[in-house]
Design a protein around this ligand. Structure first.
Ligand code: CA
Length: 230
C-alpha cells in the first residue's frame, strides 16, 4: 500500500511542486489549503505523514500541529513543518510542539522527499510502546522500572515520568514550562519552574554514565542528547 502524504499549504505553486515530486516518488497525495481544513483532513483521512506549512490563513502551522498532537486520533501522525523563516527560534518552537522535522523554504523537492521517507522510517521503528528503550536505558511503563545497562535505577514516580518524556523526545529542547505541563500536568506555571531544576538534578545524580546526556540548554530548558557527546 502506498503511503499517503497530506500537504497543508496555501500557495498553489508550492502545492504543485510538492504534489508532483511526491506522486513521482509513489506517494498518494492529499491537499488542504488552510490550517482548519488540514486539521479536518488529518482527522478524517489519517494520512501517514503531514507536510505542514507554517504560514497559513486562519490557523497557522503551529496551531495545527499542536491540535494534531493533542488529539488521540492524530497524535501519532508525523509532521514535517515547512517555513520561509529560518530563525532558530521557529525551529525550536516547531519541534517542541511535536513536529518531527523542519524544512526551510526554498527547499529542494528531492531533499524533501528524502526527509519524508526518513521521518516515516524513523517513525515506524520507534512506535510508542510500554517499553521505551534507548542506548542501554530501558524504561518499562507497566512496572515503572528503569534500567541502565541492565542495572536497576531507583526513580520516584515523577523522576520516572520525567525520564520517559526526555527519552521519547530526545534531541529536542524542552522548556521548563513544557516539562511542568507534560510531567506535572500543570496548564500554567503554578509551580515554580525551579521544581524542574531540582528534579533534573536528582535525575542526573541517579543516571551515572548517562547523566551527561541530560543537557542544560541555556535560556531554553533541557535536552536529552540523541547522540553521545564526543
Ligand atoms: Ca504558506
Amino acid at each position: 500500500m502506498q503511503d499517503t502524504v497530506l500537504i497543508v499549504e496555501d500557495e498553489p505553486d508550492a502545492v504543485d511542486l510538492l504534489r508532483y515530486n511526491l506522486e513521482r516518488a509513489d506517494f498518494d497525495v492529499l491537499v488542504a489549503m488552510t490550517g482548519d481544513r488540514g486539521l479536518a483532513v488529518a482527522r478524517e483521512s489519517r494520512p501517514d505523514i503531514v507536510i505542514l506549512d507554517l504560514m497559513l490563513p486562519g490557523m497557522d502551522g503551529h496551531e495545527v500541529c499542536r491540535a494534531m498532537k493533542g488529539d488521540t486520533g492524530t497524535e501519532a501522525i508525523p509532521v514535517i513543518m515547512l517555513t520561509a523563516r529560518s530563525e532558530p527560534g521557529q525551529r525550536v518552537k516547531g519541534l517542541e510542539i511535536g513536529a518531527d522535522d523542519y524544512v526551510t523554504k526554498p527547499f529542494s523537492p528531492r531533499e524533501l522527499v528524502l526527509r519524508v521517507r526518513a521521518v516515516l522510517r524513523r517513525h515506524r521503528t520507534m512506535p510508542r510502546s510500554e517499553i521505551v528503550s534507548f542506548d542501554g536505558l530501558t524504561l518499562d511503563r507497566t512496572k515503572f522500572e528503569a534500567r541502565l545497562d541492565g542495572e536497576r535505577i531507583e526513580l520516584t514516580a515523577t523522576e520516572f515520568k520525567l525520564m520517559c518524556v526526555f527519552v521519547e523526545r530526545r534531541g529536542r529542547t524542552l522548556t521548563r514550562e513544557t516539562l511542568l505541563r507534560d510531567v506535572w500536568g500543570y496548564q500554567t506555571s503554578t509551580l515554580d519552574t525551579r521544581t524542574v531544576d531540582t528534579h533534573v538534578r536528582r535525575l542526573r545524580d541517579k543516571l551515572g554514565t548517562c547523566s551527561a546526556r541530560l543537557e542544560t540548554v541555556r535560556g531554553e530548558g533541557y535536552r536529552f542528547a540523541a547522540e553521545a557527546s564526543p
